[in-house]
Design a protein around this ligand. Sequence first.
Ligand code: SAM
Length: 230
Amino acid sequence: MRIDVVSIFPSYFDGLTLSLMGKARDSGILDLHVHDLRDWTHDRHRTVDDTPYGGGAGMVMKPEPWGLALDQLAGSSVSETRPTIIFPSPAGEVFTQATARDLATREHLIFGCGRYEGIDERVFEYAASVGEVRLISLGDYVLNGGEVAVMAMTEAIGRLIPGVVGNPDSLVEESHEDGLLEYPSYTKPSVWRDREVPPILLSGNHGTIAKWRHEQQIQRTRDRRPDLLD
Ligand code: SAM
């Protein structure tokens, strides 16, 4: 999969050189490129923002650099198919595991990180002429910029690409994969600070353990996220 990220703070994404994402990039499973939006400006100050039409507080990201970035990154030199272009936004559809699963099947994703009050609205219209546009929110709160949201989405999507996580079985049992939260996990020692591991996990009976874990999933989901059971 190819992923292009456009941001005015490219160094946010240095973390994607680490751990499983770093390995996926080194092995070529993930072809990830981070770009500085200011490289598509042409004035001395490399300006990416301006005051909003109609007045109001804050600045808005100018359309021109975004247009040039999309022309280059969504062009046929980079992508044979129309890319999926994702703009993180608190006003978008909420990102879930199902969104990650869907996006993990795409060949080419482009992420456009907004800053300030956001991006000139015409950029989304133009992007729809060169790709499939999705406005996606990380949750119902406001961040300073799209970078943290794109880091989270890239990791959630990337770990679903075959080969990124060493043991694919570990993906199946995660929270949200079957609509429930994951069961509690324990490791050695079996007693730690007077707290014992549930004896059933030491029984060696895989059928009973599987049943107990499923019950724990339901109980935990009922307690913490009853909305998922609806
Ligand atoms: N004025 C915008 C609004 O009220 O909808 C918020 C702009 S926010 C300060 C700047 C940028 O942060 C947004 O363009 C978006 O890229 C990103 N952002 C903020 N909150 C987000 C969230 N919950 N999910 C995804 N991206 C978010």
